[in-house]
Design a protein around this ligand. Structure first.
Ligand code: BGC
Length: 372
């Protein structure tokens, strides 16, 4: 998924279709001709399906527990499923289909591959259920109702800026700086959004010679990390170091998340080289410790508790038949419609601001204070 610039007229037209054109009877309400905004709601103890991908980062592990607890507390019956690490796409498709058959009124989906779920989400809509894309957009179908996520493009911009700031602070010399670029899994719509956000900041610096990508690999296809797997990032870093850094020093690496950041750092350490400035995302425990120890440079705080709360709030609004609160109706064009979204603000975290950034996340705040 790219951040697609559409004309104002197209946005208005597409949003109008999104708001009025796709559903006439959902959520189990009676009567005819109700649109989404006039939905009749559904039973307050309805089953809510939550289909999460494989556990490629801590945020997914945490989300499952928070959904189970939060939906139960709100009076719903949660059906939370993870797709296993192998055969993930097919398993997730089966899980969603089973939620539809089981009568879930809302299905919240953290997609493994957002391009391969149209059959299942269309079946959900046919059955009268709402579909909320969680964290990752579901593409190429009109049947996704809402999207709830952190502002992914902003995440990328923050990562790009952190790389520049880290280089100025830590490289120990003036520009030019030698850097390498990593992006996420090509089957995750977020990967291109993160990368495009980062490149908005970094490309001008590559063009003016401040940054030198020594491997020459600047295209997203060259920088991709299949499955968001640490071993794939480590392998790619190993070969880049062998091919391009026998004599050159690597000053910085754009990493799209913490799991990959730690793999990249391991690769550089195993090659016996000084650790460069490495960015990240997710505020994973091991990365927060690494940041406090002065190794990894930055991460992003995308508080999973807040994101799950926002998704559950949407479920509550749908249950009551209220208007669903969204704050973005133009950024997330999934190829078939602009999906109305609620975007939360991500926060950049370095050693300098960690105590403040985690003041509302007790488990991480405790780690940070233990280093003070
Ligand atoms: C999420 C990131 C996560 C990555 C790998 C992305 O879709 O937005 O937070 O690091 O998936 O799990």
């Amino acid at each position: 998924m790219k951040k697609i610039i559409v004309t104002a007229t197209a946005i208005v037209a597409m949003s109008a279709i999104a708001l009025t054109g796709c559903s006439s009877e959902r959520g189990g309400g009676s009567g005819s001709g109700s649109t989404k905004d006039e939905a009749k709601g559904f039973a307050a103890d309805a089953t809510i399906g939550v289909a999460l991908p494989d556990k490629t980062s801590e945020n997914w592990v945490l989300a499952g527990q928070l959904f189970t607890d939060g939906l139960t507390e709100a009076g719903f019956k949660p059906d939370v499923q993870y797709a296993p690490a192998s055969n993930t796409v097919a398993e997730q498709q089966n899980q969603i289909q089973a939620m539809v058959t089981g009568g879930a009124k809302v299905i919240i989906i953290g997609a493994k591959d957002g391009k391969q779920l149209s059959t299942q989400v269309e079946a959900a809509r046919e059955a009268g259920a709402y579909v909320i894309a969680y964290d990752r957009l579901i593409e190429n179908t009109k049947a996704v109702d809402y999207y709830v996520a952190f502002d992914n493009f902003k995440v990328g911009e923050l990562q790009g800026q952190a790389l520049l700031d880290g280089l100025a602070a830590r490289a120990g010399h003036e520009a030019p700086y030698n850097v390498e670029l990593f992006s996420g899994s090509p089957d995750d719509a977020n990967s291109a959004v993160f990368f495009n956000g980062a490149m908005k900041v970094l490309q001008p610096k590559i063009d003016d010679g401040t940054l030198k990508v020594v491997s020459g690999q600047t295209d997203i296809a060259q920088t991709a990390t299949d499955g968001w797997k640490a071993e794939n990032a480590q392998r790619r870093m190993d070969s880049i170091l062998t091919a391009s850094y026998t004599s050159a020093t690597i000053d910085g690496v754009l990493s799209p998340n913490d799991t990959l950041a730690r793999a990249i750092i391991t690769s550089v350490q195993q090659a016996g080289k000084p650790v460069p400035v490495v960015t990240g995302q997710d505020s994973e425990v091991e990365s927060v410790k690494s940041i406090m120890e002065g190794v990894q440079y930055s991460t992003i705080n995308k508080d999973t508790t807040l994101l799950v709360q926002q998704a559950i709030k949407m479920v509550g609004e749908l249950q009551k038949g209220d208007k669903v609160d969204v704050n973005d109706t133009d950024q997330y064009d999934n190829g078939e419609k602009v999906v109305p979204a609620y975007l939360l603000p991500p926060v950049i975290v370095t050693k300098e601001n960690a105590a403040d950034a985690y003041k509302n996340v007790p488990s991480l705040e405790k780690i940070v204070t233990s280093y003070e």
